[in-house]
Design a protein around this ligand. Structure first.
Ligand code: GCU
Length: 331
């Protein structure tokens, strides 16, 4: 009898231990998906991995994020739409794409808006940057942090060294009517298409050129198909890390403190990206130059022609947006 009792006690103890242990293992966790259209090893995807690591460590493994690089989950527009419905949890997106959903973001597309990188960071790291992050909220998606994407320049398959050389050429832009207007003001014809289609369009001659920053020009291999790079630095388009509102609610439900944690990890990841970006801009430029591409640096007079041609883009905004431009200029 004693033996039977001892046996029963052991079994009860064992059951208890297993049950408790099981509970610890099955503490709710979230497995989330993060989309980026850049390849692995690119500053933005490296920063996404860093963000995922920080969040996983700081939540004791309760939030896990898998990064899908190289547009594996779709182009930027379709990924953004999926964020709105909670089909994808996070993304990093160019403001050029976001401007199609958030009218205030169009202002950041204005060519020659920022004097240089320092000016842009003064704006984005300050009160204006916070306000602009907030404007994304109306879309059902929350802005987390700003990433660097340098300055964009024009590149072509045929020699282009001045504004006049652009006349009549077909230039790819992001899916943005505003950028199409810019290209028209320079006398060329715009073609809107997703990033992933540009390489073959350049190769087949469907377009004569496109515009992008050094690291994108290099990693996509566009420099091989369009070796004339004109440093007009027309726009300094930042990028954003975003989270779906539906995902944010799930994160809050897991632990209300995780929301603040999410923002701080996103800010740290952004600083990490900015450091990587500076290195990558230099190494991409060196690689492209060494490959024999023809890089033209227009003089001030020529740059003034580029700037004056796009002045009409600064008109026609509502009063609040016009004031926003003014505040950015004063910053
Ligand atoms: C940059 C940016 C991408 C964007 C691309 C484009 O490379 O990082 O997010 O899609 O420009 O021109 O479409």
């Amino acid at each position: 009898m004693k033996r039977l009792l001892a046996g029963l006690l052991c079994a009860a103890l064992l059951f208890c231990l297993c049950a408790c242990g099981h509970e610890a293992v099955s503490a709710p966790t979230l497995l989330l998906r993060y989309a980026d259209n850049q390849p692995k090893g690119y500053p933005t995807t490296e920063a996404a991995e860093y963000f995922a690591r920080l969040l996983e460590e700081r939540t004791g493994g309760r939030i896990r994020i898998r990064i899908y690089a190289d547009a594996e989950l779709g182009d930027e527009i379709s990924v953004f739409r999926q964020l709105q419905f909670g089909g994808i949890d996070f993304t990093r997106v160019s403001v050029g794409t976001l401007a199609g959903f958030v009218p205030e973001m169009v202002i950041l597309q204005l060519p020659y808006l920022f004097e240089d990188a320092e000016h842009m960071w003064r704006v984005l790291d300050g009160e204006i940057g916070e306000e602009l992050l907030g404007t994304v909220a109306d879309t059902g998606v929350t802005g987390l942090s700003w990433f660097d994407a340098g300055a964009r320049n024009i590149y072509t398959r045929v020699p282009v060294r001045s504004l006049d050389d652009l006349e009549g050429l077909t230039i790819r832009v992001q899916e943005s009517d505003f950028m199409s207007r810019m290209i028209r003001l320079w006398g060329a014809s715009p073609v809107q298409m997703p990033y992933g289609e540009v390489y073959s369009a350049l190769q087949t001659g469907r377009i004569d050129g496109a515009e992008n920053n050094w690291p994108s020009y290099e990693t996509t291999g566009h420099y091989e198909a369009a070796p004339y790079y004109l440093l007009d630095a027309h726009s300094r388009l930042p990028e954003l890390q975003l989270v779906s509102r539906i995902t944010l609610d799930k994160i809050r439900a897991l632990d209300p403190d995780y929301e603040e944690l999410l923002y701080s990890c996103a800010r740290e990841a952004a600083l990490y990206e900015r450091a990587l970006w500076q290195e990558r801009e230099r190494s991409s430029e060196a690689l492209v130059r060494a490959s024999g591409c023809i890089v033209t640096e227009p003089d001030e007079k020529e740059l003034d022609r580029f700037r004056s041609a796009v002045q009409p883009l600064y008109g026609g905004f509502s009063d609040p947006l016009q004031q926003l431009i003014e505040r950015i200029r004063q910053c």
